[in-house]
Design a protein around this ligand. Structure first.
Ligand SMILES: Cc1ncc(COP(=O)(O)O)c(C=O)c1O
Length: 335
């Protein structure tokens, strides 16, 4: 099998830019920093999920589905972009919002991604249990039964690890695109830093780099769970994705690195390092990150630079995966 064997629809603006961050590099006084702008994929304010949804919704279209069903945290970017993708393809959309993050205020529940979900006309469901992937997926099946009973044809985007990582394929593609850009811009990449959540982005990007002939280390910064749980999850995904695209001979478990030093109290929880990363990136480069994923990941990059993980003449790429609408959901918490 190869990438082109999987059904895909066009949703993302591609290629996204690969650009230098000279001011932030100077501020940190360390390596040369670069950014891959996957926050600029276009679909309903952009982000990494546009590339992932190209493969999920490719399968949905192949199955002639008319309704997409998906789950995520209250301020999920995935459900927001899935709602936009479904609309673009003329489908109905049901989203289930999980109470994964405790004690958040009214703005968290109504602004940011939630506001956009409503604007996109998604039918909203609540999942009060919180962090339980299997139960969240089971609840999606119940919604799918109801859609079927009403004469619809549902397509479920599952959360759990037991379902094939179609979304990772979008990140195999993003990495291949990056390898080509680095080559044409004469940038020798020495390291990549990216967010490691569901592991779709991390696994896909790593497999894509190796398939594209790049051996650079990829630092996965934990944004969702601790390293002990995240490492086997990413390794499993890497094995599956490598199998899916015929790259088992170029990538393996030893290629996977995760760091949870900057996770703080947990998923979606702010830390002083997150605030520092948000402000430093905005005030040196005019680039906005998000509070849940990319600022935590940038806090990881800043921390790695301060640990001396990179040489001063090395080129380090940050993968910007988007998420900025959540800034408004976190407005009061950030203030
Ligand atoms: C903005 C943003 N960045 C990074 C991630 C993490 O990506 P993944 O779930 O593919 O690990 C997400 C996931 O929801 C996201 O919304």
């Amino acid at each position: 099998m190869s990438l082109s064997d999987f059904p895909r629809v066009e949703l993302a603006h591609k290629p996204t830019a690969l650009e230098a961050m000279p001011n932030m590099s100077a501020t940190l006084g360390g390596p040369n920093l670069y950014m891959k702008r996957d926050d600029c994929t276009g679909l309903a304010m952009g982000g990494n999920k546009a590339r992932q949804l190209e493969y999920y919704l490719g399968e949905a279209v192949a199955q002639e589905a008319d309704t997409v069903i998906i789950t995520g945290a209250v301020q999920s970017n995935f459900v927001r972009q899935a709602a936009a993708a479904a609309r673009k393809l003329g489908m109905d959309i049901h989203i289930q919002l999980e109470e994964r993050v405790a004690g958040k205020d009214e703005t968290y529940r109504t602004s940011g991604n939630v506001l956009l979900d409503k604007l996109l006309g998604a039918t909203m469901h609540s999942f009060p249990v919180g962090e339980d992937e299997a139960a969240a997926d089971a609840a999606l099946e119940k919604i799918a039964d109801d859609v079927r009973a009403a004469g619809g044809k549902p397509y479920v985007v599952h959360l759990g690890i037991d379902h094939p990582p179609l979304g990772s394929l979008g990140y195999v593609e993003s990495a291949l695109e990056t390898v080509g850009q680095a080559e044409s811009q004469s940038i020798r990449l020495d390291a990549v830093v990216l967010a490691s959540g569901s592991a779709a982005t991390h696994s896909g990007f790593l497999v894509g780099l190796r398939q594209g002939g790049s051996k650079v280390p990829v630092y996965g910064i934990c944004v969702r769970r601790g390293a002990e749980q995240q490492l086997p999850r990413v390794q499993r995904r890497v094995r599956e994705v490598a199998e899916m695209v015929g790259a088992t001979d170029v990538v393996g478990d030893d290629d996977v690195m995760v760091r949870d030093t900057w996770l703080g109290p947990g998923y979606g929880e702010l830390t002083p390092e997150v605030t520092e990363a948000l402000e430093m990136t905005a005030q040196t480069e005019g680039i906005l990150l998000d509070p849940v994923y990319t600022a935590k990941t940038m806090a990881g990059l800043i921390g790695l630079v301060r640990e001396g993980a990179f040489g001063a003449d090395e080129n380090v790429l940050f993968l910007h995966t988007g998420g900025q609408p959540a800034l408004f959901g976190y407005a009061q918490l950030l203030a």
